[in-house]
Design a protein around this ligand. Structure first.
Ligand code: SAM
Ligand code: SF4
Length: 326
């Protein structure tokens, strides 16, 4: 039975599950100084992930995205995919990755049950890629995308955070890349988070500017299906690939919210920019807490707000997106 619904009749079939905060990249907009280890943290174990996924699936979740930090840094990452994919009711297992392990491991992940991949590529210029991500790994990431197609993925989604003065002049190059490649390229507007200094005002570009350019060049907006998330998707008859725009500052962005998040420490986050996380971990340590977990999720959802408060400059408790997975 479907129970994950809020007071605004939004249904949450989709869970974003962070499995680690750790990352080996230093993206300017996320972890500019790199990951700072905190010895006290212990991330959700495989058993906890199994119990958590079961309870969400029993309440109607059918898609799980595994994210982080960099999820592929977990030594048991392939086992995590297997565990989530084996949960009755879960039809789609996706991941978001910086791509650095894809070339070596994507075939294993697919065999384990991974059905969709989003990989982050902020620039097609290797030097700019290095500048934005802090890592000189452009070629590895591109080899990873090739390996994903070779492993049998029919489409790969690519996330690109738009940044004024850095990659905002690359639209033509990106379009050339997806002309013959089945890639859905998703431009994400830079979002302001708690630890961000003046980076946001320096680099934020409105996705609407890209939308205007696309429409002028003959791209057409796809009609949104009932359960689609907040991305606006565009297609063009001359291109194999598609463009997605994720514009969290646009009007009505939150109306199509279809996802819930659980952090790698086992807290439920109703919104990426919320003020608090709801503790679930005390109920994940052993089997037998299924009903109590369901009750906690139901009670938490009753409190989900209609929108984020980013326009008022309130970024919530999230210091950076590596902490709850973006
Ligand atoms: N490490 C993986 C990666 O980079 O793909 C997964 C986690 S990362 C937090 C998930 C996505 O959030 C990435 O595509 C990243 O570019 C995006 N992201 C991180 N911080 C952001 C910000 N401040 N604004 C917009 N997107 C952001
Ligand atoms: Fe790491 Fe992803 Fe954050 Fe970049 S965006 S620092 S790859 S978690």
């Amino acid at each position: 039975m479907f129970e994950l619904q809020d007071a605004f009749a939004r249904k949450f079939h989709y869970l974003r599950l962070s499995v680690t905060d750790v990352c080996n990249f230093k993206c300017q907009y996320c972890l500019p100084d790199g990951y700072r280890p905190d010895g006290r943290k212990s991330f959700l174990t495989l058993d906890e992930i199994r119990r958590l996924t079961r309870v969400f699936a029993a309440m109607g979740t059918n898609k799980v995205r595994i994210t982080g930090g960099e999820p592929s840094l977990r030594k048991d990452f392939t086992a995590i995919i297997e565990t989530v994919a084996a949960t009755p009711g879960i039809r789609k297992v996706a991941m978001t990755t910086n791509g650095y392990r894809m070339a070596r491991q994507v075939a294993d992940w697919r065999r384990a049950g991974l059905s969709a991949i989003n990989v982050s590529v902020d620039s097609l210029d290797p030097r700019m890629f290095h500048q934005i991500t802090g890592e000189n790994r452009f070629q590895e990431v591109m080899a990873g995308i090739d390996a994903a197609f070779a492993a049998g993925f029919e489409q790969v989604k690519v996330n690109t955070v738009l940044m004024r003065g850095l990659n905002d002049g690359e639209l033509g190059r990106f379009l050339g890349w997806i002309k013959d490649n089945p890639i859905q390229l998703r431009f994400i507007e830079l979002m302001q988070t708690g630890e961000m200094d003046e980076l946001f005002s320096r680099h934020h570009v409105r996705g609407a500017l890209i939308k205007e350019q696309l429409l002028r060049a003959g791209w057409q907006q796809k009609v949104r299906a009932h359960n689609d998330g907040p991305a606006e998707v565009f297609w063009h008859p001359d291109y194999v690939g598609e463009i997605g725009l994720i514009m969290p500052y646009a009007k009505d962005f939150c109306a199509s919210c279809n996802r819930l998040r659980v952090s790698s420490l086992g807290k439920l986050h109703l919104c990426l920019f919320g003020d608090y996380g709801v503790e679930l971990r005390d109920l994940l340590a052993e089997d037998g807490q299924h009903a109590a977990l369901q009750l906690r999720l139901r009670e938490a959802l009753a409190d989900k707000k209609a929108t984020h408060f980013l326009h008022q400059g309130q970024t919530g408790m999230t210091p950076h997106l590596a902490s709850i997975g973006g």
